[in-house]
Write a new protein. Structure first.
Length: 245
């Protein structure tokens, strides 16, 4: 019997204490990542579009600069200048609507959470920063997995459960990347051009368009934090928000 999608955490955000929920989606049609287990971190009971527009998404995205600037402009659906590649009106909104219909079971025990990721690649934080969720949840989800990907902007947020062994540091400049490397951490950095890659330290994401999409995240497995002994990863700005990067 195939594991079903489920709520794997419901409780306070470790970024600011607001109520959040994390949902593991057991299958995906994402062509870049491949059929990984995807995880969505959302504010409880708040439409993710409204959360982004008002700035309430700090609870799940923290210090990420790609959230954009909160606005009360009635003509805008999202924050001004949002540069995140995740399209909130697709996956996150769909998960939110299913939550509103009580469409997901909830699992809390280690074995039941581990079963969802068993034998699979798992993406921690398809939407939302995984450091907002207690890392024991992720430890269970990837316990029997073949690997995982994870990215976080919360390395400097004291309350967040930032795990450099599990998470790539989302670096927004070469200076930030170099600082992380000095601490033995690996980074994932969005760049403007392939020429911006720091030779000897970074490789171009092999699942990216610029790399010819020669693999998927499912097969690549580079973005698993410092536990993976490899160079850091860079990717050229992409997705719906690339015009702001």
């Amino acid at each position: 019997m195939k594991p079903l999608s489920a709520i794997i955490y419901r409780g306070p955000s470790l970024i600011d204490g607001a109520p959040i929920v994390a949902v593991a989606i057991a299958s995906s049609r994402n062509t870049k990542t491949g059929n990984m287990v995807q995880t969505y971190i959302l504010l409880s009971g708040i439409d993710p579009r409204a959360a982004n527009k008002s700035g309430a998404d700090y609870s799940i995205c923290g210090t990420c600069p790609h959230r954009g600037t909160p606005t009360d402009d009635p003509k805008r659906a999202l924050a001004k200048g949002r540069s995140c590649y995740v399209q909130i009106g697709q996956g996150p909104l769909g998960v939110f609507r299913m939550l509103a219909r009580d469409g997901y079971r909830a699992v809390t025990g280690h074995a039941d959470i581990a079963a969802i990721g068993s034998g699979r690649m798992v993406r921690l934080g398809t939407y939302g920063d995984p450091a907002a969720v207690p890392s024991y949840v992720w430890d269970s989800l990837i316990f029997e997995a073949t690997g995982h990907t994870a990215y976080s902007h919360q390395s400097g947020v004291q309350s967040a459960d930032f795990r450099p062994d599990l998470f790539m540091v989302s670096a927004d400049s070469d200076k930030a990347a170099r600082a992380a490397w000095k601490e033995g951490r690996r980074t994932f950095r969005v760049i403007g051009d392939i020429a911006d890659i720091i030779k000897g330290e970074e490789v171009l994401c092999p699942a990216s368009e610029e790399a010819g999409r020669r693999t998927t995240c499912t097969d690549c497995r580079l973005c698993g934090g410092a536990a993976v002994k490899a160079k850091s990863v860079a990717i050229v700005a992409h997705g719906a928000g690339r015009r702001y990067a």
